[in-house]
Ligand binder design. Structure first.
Ligand SMILES: Nc1ncnc2c1ncn2[C@@H]1O[C@H](COP(=O)(O)OP(=O)(O)OP(=O)(O)O)[C@@H](O)[C@H]1O
Length: 290
């Protein structure tokens, strides 16, 4: 067995460990029902940690195919909100529904991922010793099918999906390069591609442009915009220039609940947002989109 093969086998073993749940393991066919309403519905959700109210009567509705940006100061509850949606944190009270049929509060993390909610954390976690296409191949496999899928030859549909996703994330030219040698931005896109392999219905993306160069940021804005419509995308981001470039509806979180919601211009000119969101320099970022 060559060095590459043994590295690959080691990764596979790691990947197939039953105690590990990977966030990109979302499903091909989501049974989510959006015929009668939004894809994500949070109502009066609250959670406190040791008496600190991190989420406080939070209400949020995301429509199918929508691109929503969530902004808010540090500690506003953005990460906790994502943790609740993905089943990592259980709220003390409230409701969280995925489509009209699935009560997220009665499901655990793997079940929620399998329903079609994919989460992209801030730091890229691609398999550096594998090629771009092998990373996508891995992400296509469900947990129990991983060995079978990877050790067997890819079927036609699988190969097509890999090509399609590489095109979407702009890495078609990097197919055989090891993920470890990609730029930071390319790794982020690859990880988004890994999520896409399972055709999620909702993507939660945490600070996608942190650490990116300006050109990478533009390409990420383009990617986010293209993804919406195909799936719903919720982007949490601090970079106001980026938010302004992709924003349709922006939700401002503050102290665990929604302070304002509307177009970028509406929220940026809302005196409550200007007051509480960012003091000093950053508030001008919000208003002027610098
Ligand atoms: N497991 C936990 N235990 C105790 N406190 C927590 C826990 N998780 C979050 N918090 C607190 O809840 C508040 C909300 O945190 P959260 O990380 O959701 O905010 P955020 O809006 O994502 O902030 P940032 O922009 O800095 O990432 C913070 O004050 C945080 O310290």
């Amino acid at each position: 067995m060559s060095m590459m093969d043994s590295q690959r086998m080691q990764r596979l073993r790691e990947f197939a460990r039953p105690d590990r749940v990977f966030d990109f393991m979302a499903p091909a066919d989501s049974p989510v029902d959006v015929r009668h309403g939004p894809i994500l519905y949070l109502e009066d959700v609250s959670v406190s940690f040791d008496g600190f109210q991190a989420i406080d009567d939070l209400n949020l509705t995301i429509d199918d195919g929508e691109l929503r940006c969530i902004i808010g100061p540090n500690g506003a509850g953005k990460t906790t909100m994502m943790d609740i949606i993905t089943g990592k944190t259980r709220p003390d009270r409230g409701q969280a529904w995925f489509g009209s049929r699935h009560n997220l509060l009665q499901m655990d993390e793997p079940q929620i991922a399998n329903l079609g909610i994919g989460r992209k954390f801030q730091k890229p976690t691609v398999f550096e010793a594998l090629s771009v296409s092998a990373n996508l191949e891995l992400a296509m496999a469900g947990d129990r099918r991983v060995w079978k899928t990877l050790l067997a030859r890819l079927d036609h549909e699988g190969r097509e999906r890999i090509d399609e996703v590489m095109e979407i994330i702009g890495l078609s030219g990097e197919r055989d390069r090891l993920a470890g040698v990609l730029s930071h931005g390319q790794k982020q896109w690859l990880e988004i591609g890994m999520l896409l392999m399972q055709r999620p219905r909702l993507l939660l993306v945490d600070e996608p442009v942190a650490g990116m160069t300006e050109p990478e940021m533009h390409r990420t804005a383009d990617l986010m915009t293209r993804l919406a419509g195909q799936q719903s995308v919720v982007v949490v981001e601090h970079d106001m220039g980026f938010v302004r470039s992709i924003a349709r509806t922006v939700t401002v979180l503050h102290q665990g609940s929604v302070l304002a919601e509307g177009s970028m211009d509406e929220v940026a000119n809302d005196p409550r947002v200007i007051d509480v969101y960012l003091g000093g320099d950053e508030s001008s970022d919000v208003r002027e989109g610098t």
